[in-house]
Structure formats: C-alpha cells, structure tokens
Design a protein around this ligand. Structure first.
Ligand code: APR
Ligand code: PHB
Length: 390
C-alpha cells in the first residue's frame, strides 16, 4: 500500500488529523493497534475549547456537536463553602462547550467510515521505519502476514504509550516530567448535575470536580491516594465523600444514583521535544500529557493536528515552511497549557507534603482571584484556550 500521510493511532488526534488532511485533499491511512470498540471505550473528559470546536467544523465533523454540545459561559471555583464564578464570556468574549470527548471520537470514526477512508484496526507490532530518510513506511502484522504502508510522512498520534516516540533514538529526544502524588477517582451516573456549570472544588478533604455530559448525566471526580482502587469505593461511599467535599449549597442539590462507570486516573505532566524527526511528526498524547484539571488533553491534541494538517497541506502546495516550524509552534502552545494545567492542579489539590503553609498559599491565591478581575481574566484566558498560533 502507499499513501501520502501514514497516521499511527485512531484516537482523537489521529482521527482529527485524518479528517483535516482529507478535507485538504491529502491522502492518508490510519493504522491502529486496537479495535474501534476498544478506542471508544477509553474514558475521556468532556470540555472542548473553541479552537477544537472550530477544527471539528473545519473537518466537517461538528453536526452532532452543534446539536448536542452544551455551551458554557463560565465555571465555578469553590474553597470550602465559598464559591467564585469565573465568567468566561464577560472576561474573554469566549466560551467552552461541554461534550463528551468519547462522542468526538465516535463522530470522527463515523465521518471517516462514511468518507470511505482507510483505517486498519487491530494491527499488531506496528513499526515506523525510514522516517529519517525519504522513504518512510509503516510495517505491521495482521492475520499472520506482514503488512507494509509506504508514505511521504508518518504522524505519530499513538498516545503516551505508543511506538512512535519509543522508536526514536534517546539522544534525539528531550523529555520533561512531573508526577503528582494523587489520582482522580471518577464516576459517571445518570443523575442531574448539581449545578448548570462545572464546579472545581478544594475542601479540607481534597479536590472535587462536579461536571456533566448532559442535563441528565453527571460526571464527578474526587482526589484520591495513588494506591487507591475503584473497587474499594461503593457507590454509597463515593456519594457520601462527594457530599462532604462539595460546598454545602451544592451538596444540597446532589442527586445520587448507580454509577455506570467508576475509574481512577493518575495525574502527570509530560513533554517530549522536539515533535518532528525528519519525516516523522508527533502529535497529541504521543508528545505531551497534562493533568486533567485544565481539561487540556484533547484540546492540545486538536491544536497539534490543526497545525500539522495545515503544514502538510502546505507541503503539497509547494512550501515546507509549515512543517519546518511545526515543532516550535506546537511546543510554544503546549508549554503554556502545561503551565496552566500545573498551576490549576497546584491551586486546587491537597498536597500533604506542603503542609499548612502550602494550604495558606492556596487560600491566598483563591482570595486574590475573588478580588481581582485581572487574575480572573488570566485564568479565563487559559481555560477557554489560547489562540492556535499562541
Ligand atoms: N500502533 C498503533 N496504534 C497504537 C500504538 C501502536 N504501537 N500504540 C498506541 N496506539 C493507539 C492507541 O490504541 C490509541 O487508540 O493510538 C491511539 C492513541 O490515542 P489516545 O491515547 O487517545 O491519544 P490522542 O489521540 O493523542 O488523544 C489525546 O484525548 O480524550 C483525550 O485525554 C485524552 O489527552 C488525551 C487526548
Ligand atoms: C469531565 O467532564 O470529564 C472533565 C471536565 C473538566 C475537566 C476534567 C474532566 O477539567
């Protein structure tokens, strides 16, 4: 087989890149190691920046999002019983859209199938080769036979545990990492949300997030120890702890019910530099990870592939300026999102090792936010997402 761009990974990054390239008339094939059902089963967040919404419109994959997405003009922070609304619309003129990122993946998969674009699922032992020369190719095994895809470029959209970054010579890569001393215990339930907007909470007992997927489906998170396990939490225990941590007037609105999903995710900040190696490009979680506090994971992946799709289309239009600047431009935005996600995580979580002094600093930051439009604007600008070229 031959194509113009070989994409490794059919997660949001790979699927959106494929859709944007197709829109630009650039042929592409996606090679994914898992089944489509497995990819759809991944637990994902639920907030889209306007940049992501615009890219999905550009890719022609936004009709269900337009119909079912929930525009949010603000969100709340709470410290104990105190609540502060961050008015995104008033402070930045922009908003976010609440829409399950699993639904984004589903919409992208449906769009790809309807366009008749080639996607290889359940590919075994995928190997990117020749990316440091002018004949890049992917090989893999399927049905006991060796398969090969020749291409002009390879896009590594294969996530944090993928093969593309792992295949690069260690000397060619610089990585930066911070692991947080806690995780998030998440529950999905068909119950009405406690509030019409998200509430990020800091209580003495730890972080909470009250989010949603719709007016009838809630998504909640509790900060938990790294060695905690979902099976150690009955639904009753989860609801009781959530009610203890939510601001009292929000807890009074809590409707409990059977959990339809319960899982624990660790929190990590990670960046690999650069994001280009000859004819191989990294995008999305293959290149960077953020703690979910700022809801930046999928949004950063979308921004990467928005830049990469334009750069590759420009190459076929005769200019290599885009691909030559891709890594620097993508990383400039990645690091700003890494900073924001780290700052927001540091503000809202209980860090046992920073003791009472650290807790007082967090309280002081919240009090400053309550009294400063400038501080709220800085938070709002980062939350709604910086412009694509920032
Ligand atoms: N060969 C082929 N496919 C692979 C390989 C491999 N060796 N390794 C991983 N993959 C596939 C995975 O099975 C997965 O479907 O690559 C895909 C990577 O998808 P994600 O991990 O979802 O990463 P990405 O597409 O960058 O999405 C980024 O979306 O929902 C958010 O929080 C989520 O931050 C994440 C973001
Ligand atoms: C979610 O709804 O899953 C969600 C929302 C906002 C976040 C993280 C997760 O910051």
């Amino acid at each position: 087989m031959r194509t113009q761009v070989a994409i490794v990974g059919a997660g949001p990054a790979g699927l959106l890149l494929g859709a944007l390239l197709h829109r630009a008339g650039v042929a592409n094939v996606i090679v994914e190691q898992r089944s489509a059902d497995y990819v759809l089963g991944r637990i994902r967040a639920g907030v889209l920046e306007q940049v992501t919404v615009d890219l999905l419109h550009e890719a022609g994959v936004a009709s269900r999002l337009q119909a079912e997405g929930l525009p949010h003009d603000g969100f709340e922070l709470s410290f104990g019983a105190e609540r502060l609304r961050i008015d995104l619309r008033a402070l930045t003129g922009r908003r976010v859209t609440v829409y399950g990122q699993t639904e984004v993946t589903r919409d992208l998969m449906a769009h790809r199938a309807a366009a008749g674009l080639a996607t290889v699922y359940e590919a075994e032992q995928v190997q990117p080769q020749g990316w440091d020369g002018d004949r890049p190719r992917l090989t893999w095994r399927q049905g006991g036979a060796e398969q090969r895809l020749d291409a002009d470029f390879i896009a590594g959209c294969d996530g944090f545990h993928g093969v593309c970054r792992a295949t690069l010579p260690a000397a060619a890569l610089r990585t930066f990492e911070k692991v947080y001393p806690f995780g998030w215990l998440g529950v999905l339930a068909d119950t009405p949300p406690v509030n019409h907007e998200l509430i990020y909470g800091r209580s003495e007992r730890g972080f909470t997030l009250a989010s949603m997927r719709s007016a009838t489906r809630s998504r909640y998170y509790l900060q938990c120890p790294l060695d905690d396990r979902p099976e150690a939490w009955s639904d009753e225990a989860f609801w009781a702890e959530l009610a203890r941590r939510l601001p009292p007037d929000a807890a009074a609105q809590l409707v409990t019910g059977a959990s339809i999903e319960k899982s624990i995710a660790p929190l990590r900040s990670f960046v690999a530099e650069p994001m280009r190696f000859g004819r191989l490009f990294l995008a999305g979680d293959a290149a960077h990870i953020v703690p979910p506090t700022g809801a930046k994971g999928l949004n950063l992946a979308a921004a990467d592939v928005g830049l990469l799709a334009r750069a590759l289309a420009e190459h076929y239009g005769g200019s290599d300026a885009g691909i030559d600047h891709y890594s620097a431009r993508a990383l400039a935005r990645v690091w700003k999102a890494e900073r924001f996600s780290w700052w927001f995580t540091s503000l809202m979580h209980r860090f046992p090792d920073t003791g009472e002094f650290g807790a007082r600093l967090q309280r002081a930051e919240f009090d400053y936010l309550c009294g400063s439009t400038a501080a709220q604007t800085a938070l709002a600008e980062n939350y709604v997402g910086l412009p694509l070229g920032a």
